[in-house]
Design a protein around this ligand. Sequence first.
Ligand SMILES: C[S@@+](CC[C@H](N)C(=O)[O-])C[C@H]1O[C@@H](n2cnc3c(N)ncnc32)[C@H](O)[C@@H]1O
Length: 243
Amino acid sequence: MDWSSYAHVYDIMASNNPSYQDIVKQAISEFADIPIPDGGIIADLGAGTGNFSIAIAGLKPNAIIHHVDNNPQMIALAREKAAQQKISNIQFINSDTTEYLNNAGKLHAVISVHAIYPLSHPKEAISGIYEKLAPNGHLVVCDLGRILDIKDWAFYFFRKNVVQNGFLYTLKMFYRGRTVSAHNKVIANNQKSGIYWTHTTEEFKETLQQAGFHVSRIMPMYRDYSDFAVAKKAGSKRSSGAV
Ligand SMILES: C[S@@+](CC[C@H](N)C(=O)[O-])C[C@H]1O[C@@H](n2cnc3c(N)ncnc32)[C@H](O)[C@@H]1O
């Protein structure tokens, strides 16, 4: 999968896809309730163009956000957006998620959106997140679980955008973002051939629980193609409630 060429059209998809915007809203509202100590670390794994890391950095100005991605183009776009918004509490880390987790210190919260399924060992990565979280640390995660149906998405985009933005805007958006469906085809093929992890909502919940997490929220999102969860690592017996 060539994430570099996807990087340049990624935000065309993101800003014109209401179901992606629903994930942003849901994740940010979950983070609003998560206490993070001053200087605490929040990692965004597979953070892409920064649609989550930058919003969370704004929401938690006293935290340090680790924006982790192994694609330099994605990181460059995110860095530019953070600078435009004068967000300075983000560190951009060009790293594979697994490698980052192997070397990370204690994390106070983790977010990962549509970036667990492409990993070679997604279940081990979820266990790795659990290990690195501090007691009472939270994971907010949304992961693509079902095989993308390209025609279904094209139809959805068209319908939503014609209604909201008009026919001409929609045609221009399709033209500018014409490589999005080519990228999604590659993702779908990798899902079909088992290179990418697919799961039901129940399987995703079980994976989180098997890693040790208490799952406080689990629901299908992204038009039922993905699973959204909020999961917590139990507090240590000696430290009552400290994050
Ligand atoms: C579908 S995008 C999601 C981006 C972002 N989380 C969002 O929802 O807007 C997947 C991201 O995962 C990154 N990625 C893929 N494999 C990775 C890996 N092994 N380690 C770190 N990042 C990875 C890609 O570069 C890409 O930015």
